[in-house]
Design a protein around this ligand. Structure first.
Ligand SMILES: [Zn+2]
Length: 373
């Protein structure tokens, strides 16, 4: 039975375990024990040593109907800041934080939904396909846990990522591609009062570059941001270096590259004007994906939605998630709604009723896949 009170309790236990990115060991062992209590074996991979964290991704392989395709089920266990010492406030079925931290429903709601679904499948002996259940680490800082997975060892031909939004029935089947950019702008230090003409002001160079480039919403599917700037030592020193970090995202790879190049050019031009250098570091943090409506992974979730009376709807996401990584590695994956609202803020909240609905949705999806084959 999928019980709202049980879900609320398990969710509250999960969010009370601190799990900032790269410090997920305690929550990984909590989930491992919850799986063990269901009779499910799980192992962690070597992501901890690869990433310099204290926990690997937790992977459980669960046998299912022999002719059915293997299905990947995923949620991430790390949470964003401020996310330590979370004190969940329960009001009937609605759960929020005490206002000093995030709630961590992104993505402890997904973790709860997966545990609830597995328990339900086992208790009710519901036919399901073979499952590869993966709880990833370090998602929030750049999808690092998923990127560290050994994809050769995975059998899955479709994936469900439980890391969605508030409205049941919403399927995120597309997400943008993104670049992270960083610049190290060089200037020449000089005494600002005695001989400023001998200096080159690195902050000035960066300011000109930033003022020149298009930022914000570039078009309906492209965005760009400069988010961090640091440099300078004192008001009486012409600053000799400044670092700047930014990003750009787009659903269209060509537009993405164009925007990336504009940002790079703005720094190059400004540096050239001042006879100095701006060294850029460019990282393609994740690739866009778009799962077609006739892909089996989407069809099953769609039909399950209809069977449960939720209105199925596809949506393009604005951010990266582990689904980007799974799709990039050839496992068509979509993101299912899990219930949270106002994620990444201290106002984050979730209704346990939505988590129960999401668990029913996942259960029904898996049942349809098993029945189809
Ligand atoms: Zn998330």
């Amino acid at each position: 039975m999928i019980d709202v009170k049980t879900i609320s309790d398990e969710f509250c236990s999960l969010v009370q375990i601190d799990s900032p990115s790269l410090r997920e060991a305690e929550v990984i062992s909590f989930i491992g024990e919850a799986l063990a209590a269901m009779g499910i074996d799980s192992q962690t991979d070597d992501a901890a040593s690869v990433l310099g964290g204290n926990a690997g991704n937790l992977i459980a392989r669960i046998p299912g109907m022999p002719d059915a395709p293997t299905v990947l089920i995923n949620a991430h266990v790390d949470t964003v800041e401020p996310g330590c010492g979370i004190c969940p406030q329960v009001n009937d079925t609605v759960i929020c934080s005490d206002g000093t931290t995030v709630l961590g429903a992104d993505d402890k709601a997904g973790c709860t939904i997966i545990l609830t679904t597995l328990r339900h499948l086992i208790e009710e002996a519901i036919p399901h396909p073979p499952l590869e259940v993966i709880f990833t680490v370090a998602e929030e800082i750049g999808l690092y846990g998923a990127q560290a997975l050994d994809f050769d060892a995975l059998q899955s031909t479709m994936g469900y990522v439980l890391d969605g939004g508030r409205t049941m029935g919403v399927i995120t089947n597309a997400a943008p591609s993104a670049y992270r950019l960083a610049w190290d702008v060089r200037g020449v230090a000089a005494h600002a009062g005695v001989c400023p003409e001998r200096g080159t002001n690195a902050i000035r160079v960066a300011a000109e570059a930033i003022a020149e480039m298009p930022l914000g919403r570039i078009d309906h599917e492209t965005t760009a941001n400069i988010g961090v700037i640091a440099g300078g030592k004192a008001t009486n020193i012409v600053p000799e270096c400044v670092t700047v970090r930014g990003e750009t995202r787009s659903h269209d790879e060509t537009k993405l590259e164009r925007q990336r190049d504009r940002m790079l050019k703005a720094f190059d031009d400004a540096a050239r004007r001042h006879n100095t250098e701006a060294n850029a570091e460019v990282r393609h943090s994740y690739r866009s994906f778009c799962v077609a409506e006739d892909e089996p992974v989407l069809r099953y979730a769609w039909r399950a939605c209809e069977a449960l009376g939720f209105e199925p709807r596809t949506e393009r996401g604005g951010g990266g998630s582990d689904a980007n990584v799974f799709n990039e590695h050839g496992i068509p994956s979509i993101i299912l709604a899990t219930g949270p609202a106002e994620v990444h803020t201290v106002n984050e909240w979730v209704d346990a009723e939505r988590m129960a609905e999401s668990a029913r949705w996942l259960t029904e999806t898996l049942r349809l896949i098993a029945r189809q084959t």
